[in-house]
Every structure is written in structure tokens, then in C-alpha cells.
Design a protein around this ligand. Sequence first.
Ligand code: ADP
Ligand code: 5GP
Length: 197
Amino acid sequence: MLKIVISGPSGCGKGTVVKELLKYSNYKLSISVTTRQKRSTEEEGVHYFFKTQEEFDSMIAGDELLEYANFCGNFYGTPKDYVDKTIKDGFDIILEIEVEGALKIKDKFPEAILIFLIPPTFTELHSRLVGRQTESEDVINYRLSRAREELALYKKYDYIVINDDISEAVRQINAIVESEKLRSHNRKDIIDFMLNN
Ligand code: ADP
Ligand code: 5GP
């Protein structure tokens, strides 16, 4: 079972693409904890587990997070237990996280697949962030400047997928996951089965 990290500049469409991927039965999404304020469109336990700074700090102290990072002034982290359980249960787990966290995951789990989702143009990224109507102009500008820094790290990722047409982006991610599963180092079980039957 694979750990699939999907990163990309804020507003590029990660949430939108992940929602489509979750229609396939092999995927589960890791729900992160965050100290960010809940948006009116979000639900506790669906989009995030919303935490105070004290609660977040105590999760770090208790070694409950696989990784965490500060993004534009708020903390975000991946709870360890759910990821472990989901992999054990036989699902591919999607971690929709920013670049710093993605690199920490690759350090800990070199077999994790890092996918960088990008918008077709910077202008389109700007209009998607504005069009979503969830952030103030200041926050949008902060996120856009962060996007330029994140994009500079594209070579750290295994794959780059352009989110122009949503269904095409989903098709490409499914194709990546399928070919990763066919790699020889993931095929020991099938060879053992073949030899014993
Ligand atoms: P992220 O999770 O990366 O911050 P979202 O999934 O919230 O981004 O998408 C940001 C905005 O862009 C949303 O309003 C969404 O409907 C829109 N969007 C996402 N993907 C596309 C696409 N391929 N084409 C046009 N608009 C898109
Ligand atoms: P947003 O505030 O738009 O929901 O998320 C901001 C950024 O934080 C996005 O790039 C998102 O992928 C990232 N993020 C969400 N959860 C996590 C997490 O658990 N860890 C890390 N490192 N980043 C996360």
C-alpha cells in the first residue's frame, strides 16, 4: 500500500482533485490537524481537526504527528495513528500537505510517492484563489508569494501533474499510482504466490 503525498501551491486545486480521487475505493485521505481558523465551508473531522496552539503543541510533545509544518502563520500536521492503521487495512493513503512536510515524509519513508500538483499558469492560480472567496486579499498575496518559493522545489518531487482539466489530472495520478504498484520492489508477494501455486 502506498503513501501518496500531494502538494502544490494554495489554490491550485488539491482539495478538488483529492475529492475526485476519493471516489476510487483504494484511497483514504489523512485528515490533518491545524491551528488555522475554520472556514465557513469546512467541517471538523472532515476537512481538518481544528486545534488550539496548546493542543497542537501537546500532540508534538506526545509524538503523535508524523510530520508538521508552519504554513503562512498556522501549524498543520499529520496524525500518525490514522496513517499507520490505513496502510495496515490495505488502503493507499493520500497526504495532502505542503512542501516542507512532504520532504519530511520522503526522508522518513523513501518509498512514499511525492506528486506536485500545479496550475497551468500563475495567472490562473491567482484567479482560482480569488474565485474561491475563502481568504482575504492579504492572505491571498502571502500564499501567492509562498507559491513561488514552493515551485522552486519542484525537483524534489517524483512527479509533476498539471491541474488544468480536473479529470485529466485525476487520470494521471491514478496512472502514477498504478505503475508504482507494478514496480518490482512492490511485487514480492506476487512472485511468492506464483512460485507456490
Ligand atoms: P487547494 O486545495 O489547492 O487550495 P482548491 O481545491 O480549494 O485548491 O481549489 C481552488 C479553487 O480552484 C476552487 O474554487 C476550485 O473550484 C477551483 N479549481 C480547482 N481545480 C480547477 C480546475 N482544474 N479548473 C478550474 N478551477 C479549478
Ligand atoms: P489550507 O489552509 O489552504 O487548508 O492549507 C494550507 C497548506 O497546508 C496547503 O498547502 C496544505 O496542503 C497544507 N497542509 C494541510 N495539512 C497539512 C499537514 O498535515 N502537514 C503539512 N505539512 N501541510 C499541510
